[in-house]
Design a protein around this ligand. Sequence first.
Ligand code: BEZ
Length: 206
Amino acid sequence: MAKMKLYYSPASPYARKVRVVALETGLEKKIDMVNVALSPVAPNADVDRHNPIGKIPALSVKGLDLFDSPVICEYLDSHHKGRKLFPRKGRERWVALRQQAMGDGLLDAALLVRYEGFLRPEDKRWTEWSKGQMKKIEGVLAQLEAEAKALKGKLTIGTIAIACALGYLDFRFPGFDWRSRHPRLAKWFAAASKTPAIKATAPPPG
Ligand code: BEZ
């Protein structure tokens, strides 16, 4: 298989999904990692050349640039011979894709809150907007708590996305005590966090 290049940042939860999949599929040795710094207000020209949306992760392979994380993860999963992280068919596949949508949806809302509170100038912040996004996060957490039983078992793209989303909450919202309200989800996450690929890709301190 041709060598691939992954544009990523150690703090990006979407790139973390790809890094977990690379480790779980054994493809990490085939990927050159390119650590980039960027934000919506400080784009990165190298990333822009590989993704017209100007976001990470982007994977460059055989002259083709792939984005975003669901596409890259599925590409990697189609290039190894081991157990599939994207179940191929049936209800199992839709359960995993739906879980991925919940993890990514939680992340989308969390990133908007993060940008609102961290990047946007203080006098331009819109509290109602952030509250609306936090409500979406709460909605996903409540749904995951109700479905916690279905998270158990070997990792899939669904549970990888959820673990990366919960990891981002802990990373950027350390005071947000979701665990006391969602104990079954917290228990699952504690166990999932011990998986070597999840452990190895934890965001940097700070
Ligand atoms: C962060 O630092 O929170 C972050 C970095 C890259 C992508 C998304 C989030």
